[in-house]
Design a protein around this ligand. Structure first.
Ligand code: HSE
Length: 309
């Protein structure tokens, strides 16, 4: 079958919120979805998926990567071609590590690569397109740009600021077998919070930027939250119990994104093994421990014929 163009895309996992920074902060982590996307010169759609969540991911036009590519083409006023997509998913699926944000980002970057030379996209446009699909920018910003990101929506749409994390910060992600629905998690939060709780999270979020960039010894205080984790605890009791046990032992543990994984921000690589051992001892749930690095590059797209785009 004649092919028009093939691009290769790699997108990191992300952990959003980081405790107090609800819908705002995100961190890119060194586990990846990798896709090869080929534009075809007919309207066929072929999708192969291997890796995390493969059994549950649709192989038709409802596929989130396909919908994201289609969204970018429509926004650019171009007709989406037929596609062949081969995905190897390393980002744990439905565990609070940004798997849907990674799929959206992969689609947006694939479309950018397939349209290169015809349509140019600024970073702000890529973030706008991804946020339109994802609903909030805190996962797609680090998936696109890497590092620690602050994301917000200004008058001209979603914006981000990328920051680099202190080299002493060592992330550990504890991944349970069960999944969690972000929609369910969001439905458990009240529409209003007290001024006291709002001020609590403002202070911890500000402190968290300092802790992640300069002062990892402040991470425990800086990762406290009153806006989302307690409200969602009833839907993931093992996660809540583990976060409490780790924090009581001095580890800066938070719910990763909407859960149910737990992110532990250790202030040195040595703490990660101790945190994993504590996790294995305090709950009946098995936790897979991923000792990851902060990804500083973010998502990439490479034209298979011509090099990076
Ligand atoms: N900020 C989002 C939430 C991240 O916690 O609902 C998950 O998509």
């Amino acid at each position: 079958m004649p092919e028009v163009r093939t691009v290769q895309v790699r997108v990191p996992a992300t952990s959003a919120n980081l405790g107090p920074g609800f819908d705002t902060l995100g961190l890119a982590l060194s586990v990846y979805d990798e896709l090869t996307v080929t534009a075809l010169d007919d309207d066929r759609l072929e999708i192969e998926v291997a890796g995390s969540g493969a059994a549950d991911i649709p192989r038709d036009e409802s596929n989130l990567v396909v919908r994201s590519i289609e969204h970018v083409y429509a926004d650019a006023g171009r007709e989406m071609p037929g596609l062949r997509i081969e995905a190897r998913n390393g980002v744990p699926h439905g565990r609070g590590l940004g798997s849907s944000g990674a799929a959206v980002t992969a689609g947006v970057l694939a479309a950018k690569g397939l349209l290169a030379g015809d349509v140019d996209f600024s970073d702000a446009e890529l973030l706008r397109l991804a946020t339109e699909l994802e609903g909030h920018p805190d996962n797609v910003a680090p998936a696109l740009f890497g590092g620690l990101t602050i994301a917000w929506t200004g008058e001209s749409g979603p914006q981000h600021k990328k920051l680099l994390v202190h080299r002493g910060v060592a992330p550990l992600v504890l991944v349970p077998e069960r999944t969690m629905s972000t929609t369910l998690a969001r439905s458990l939060q009240p529409p209003q919070v007290s001024r006291e709780d709002a001020v609590f999270n403002v202070s911890r979020t500000a402190l968290l930027i300092a802790a992640l960039m300069q002062s990892p010894e402040l991470l425990l205080d800086a990762t406290a939250d009153r806006l989302h984790q307690d409200y969602r605890a009833e839907a993931m009791p093992e996660t809540s119990a583990l976060v409490q046990a780790l924090r009581a032992a001095g580890f800066a543990a938070v719910v990763s994104g909407a859960g149910p994984s737990v992110l532990v921000l250790c202030d040195g690589p040595g703490g990660r093994q101790a945190a994993k051992e504590l996790a294995d001892s305090v709950t009946d749930t098995p936790w897979e421990g991923l000792m990851l690095a902060v990804d500083v590059r973010g998502g990439t797209v490479r034209d298979r014929a011509e090099g990076s785009t």
